[in-house]
Design a protein around this ligand. Structure first.
Ligand SMILES: *[C@@H]1O[C@H](CO)[C@@H](O)[C@H](O)[C@H]1NC(C)=O
Ligand SMILES: *[C@@H]1O[C@H](CO)[C@@H](O)[C@H](O)[C@H]1NC(C)=O
Ligand SMILES: *[C@@H]1O[C@H](CO)[C@@H](O)[C@H](O)[C@H]1NC(C)=O
Ligand SMILES: *[C@@H]1O[C@H](CO)[C@@H](O)[C@H](O)[C@H]1NC(C)=O
Ligand SMILES: *[C@@H]1O[C@H](CO)[C@@H](O)[C@H](O)[C@H]1NC(C)=O
Ligand SMILES: *[C@@H]1O[C@H](CO)[C@@H](O)[C@H](O)[C@H]1NC(C)=O
Ligand SMILES: *[C@@H]1O[C@H](CO)[C@@H](O)[C@H](O)[C@H]1NC(C)=O
Ligand SMILES: *[C@@H]1O[C@H](CO)[C@@H](O)[C@H](O)[C@H]1NC(C)=O
Length: 394
């Protein structure tokens, strides 16, 4: 332990004693390992004796409130596994330094999406996967110097991110021969980030139709190709029997209108990195008026409706079977428009009894039309009441 750390440790111990005496001390003192001090938001383990072999396990609530973990001067070998940090969901700062930390699993930070500062200097890490850091953006450089990093393909991603996110230019790696090399000059053989392509990139098809798209990739080592169609309503099948491992087809049968506008992602990844390409579904279908409701009073009077259809349907209103000409005080307003649905109103400004009657909505596109009718009864005169009278007389 350096003297600074020792000073800090004694400072903390003294604070602990003081807190204990004043009845403030930590109720989970039992769960906090001997070599650590735990507060509501921070765990610090800086005492090498007896040392820790894994991350402290506190109660679930307590782990959720921790924002910083600081571990230093540990002599026992330890790893960060998939489960080590899973309950520390609010962790922002992680420092592990001067320990024998040897490996970090690729899902180690899966649940730690708020991590922003990671300091892993002066440990025993030789390999580190890009997958470990894929779930979040750290806003500070990833601090890694002082580790026996190998000049291996698996570590090449560090060079690719060197400028922006990783420790400055001093970061070095060790060749098999033992020679130290600057990361910036690292060029392992057969080590290329995947490229991926989906063809076609967009399909325009009627609902009920079928689609086949092919995803192919390149990269070294050859990447694993993965379609992600799980969120589709349409039935899907995947096939790579033509070029096992090299290309993968996605076959969609009976296209559902619910999938209109969705993007299906194909990803290709290898130890160097990952890339994605997408298939965009443009599914054509005739209009449906999902609902047409009696008028409600918002800022103005509104006859609410929801219509679907691709292309977006053209809307026409009828009042008591006469074509309704839209104008300033009676007009269609679309309030919310998604890929598939338009939510809106027929807006009426100060309607009177002459506006009562049946309102018919016709929604039309090139594939068909739908019609719905609703009865409207407006109060005449609207919203005139006693209190208004009193105010007016003042
Ligand atoms: C965790 O933090 C929340 C909000 O700050 C607080 O209400 C709660 O008491 C804390 N839980 C523990 C165990 O300290
Ligand atoms: C840490 O991981 C390495 C490599 O994965 C393994 O050989 C070692 O046994 C692990 N050590 C501990 C303490 O889990
Ligand atoms: C993430 O945290 C939640 C809640 O603590 C837990 O249920 C889940 O299993 C964790 N996920 C992983 C991958 O550890
Ligand atoms: C995290 O570390 C950064 C950089 O050292 C510091 O500015 C910040 O206050 C820390 N945040 C927490 C929650 O510890
Ligand atoms: C670091 O790990 C290597 C094996 O990868 C091991 O031989 C060495 O003893 C470790 N060093 C320390 C200080 O733990
Ligand atoms: C990280 O940042 C990049 C670019 O700034 C962004 O595209 C990506 O979605 C971000 N990832 C996460 C998990 O926030
Ligand atoms: C996909 O295959 C086509 C034709 O075989 C080829 O021209 C293209 O380069 C390939 N794309 C990738 C990313 O490998
Ligand atoms: C009457 O007017 C008052 C004040 O302007 C308002 O608070 C109240 O809701 C109105 N009542 C009706 C039935 O509109």
């Amino acid at each position: 332990m350096d003297s600074g750390a020792r000073g800090a440790y004694h400072g903390m111990a003294r604070f602990g004693l003081l807190a204990l005496l004043t009845g403030l001390w930590w109720r989970f003192g039992d769960a906090c390992p001997e070599s650590c001090t735990c507060s509501v938001s921070r765990i610090a383990c800086i005492d090498p004796e007896p040392g820790i072999e894994d991350f402290p396990v506190l109660t679930l609530d307590d782990m959720e409130n921790i924002t910083e973990i600081y571990i230093a001067n540990q002599n026992k070998q330890f790893n960060i596994s998939d489960s080590s940090l899973r309950h520390y969901i609010n962790l922002r700062n992680l420092t592990i330094t001067k320990t024998r930390l040897k490996s970090i699993s690729s899902d180690a930070f899966f649940n730690n999406t708020r991590l922003q500062y990671v300091n892993l200097r002066d440990n025993n890490l030789s390999m580190l996967s890009w997958r470990t850091f894929q779930n979040f953006n750290i806003s500070y450089p990833l601090l890694l110097s002082g580790n026996p990093l190998k000049c291996a393909c698996e570590n090449l991603w560090l060079k690719l991110r060197l400028q922006e996110e990783v420790d400055g230019p001093e970061l070095t790696c060790t060749e098999d021969s033992g020679v130290m090399t600057d990361f910036a000059t690292l060029t392992p053989p057969d080590c290329v980030v995947p490229k991926v392509e989906v063809s076609p990139g967009t399909v325009t098809e009627m609902e009920g139709g079928n689609v086949e798209a092919v995803c192919n990739a390149s990269g070294s080592p050859f990447p694993e190709i993965q379609w992600n169609p799980e969120m589709l309503s349409t039935n899907f099948e995947m096939d790579d029997s033509d070029h096992p491992g090299m290309k993968k087809s996605l076959i969609l049968t009976g296209l559902s209108p619910d999938d209109n506008g969705k993007m299906v992602v194909c990803s290709a990844e290898n130890m160097v990195g990952q890339n994605e390409a997408t298939l965009l579904l443009n599914i054509l279908f005739p209009p449906t008026i999902q609902n047409l409701l009696p008028p409600v009073r918002d800022h103005q009077w509104c006859i609410p409706f929801t219509v679907t259809g691709n292309p977006k349907p053209v809307l026409q209103w009828y009042h008591d079977d006469g074509l309704l000409e839209e104008q300033n005080f009676i007009h269609t307003m679309i309030h919310e428009s998604t890929e598939n649905e338009d939510h809106g109103c027929l807006e009426l400004v100060n309607p009177t009894h002459i506006h009562n009657g049946e309102y018919k909505l016709v929604a039309k596109n090139e594939f068909g039309q739908d019609t719905k009718t609703v009865t409207a009864q407006f109060i005449d005169p609207p919203n005139f009441n006693h209190t208004d009278d009193v105010d007016y007389c003042k």
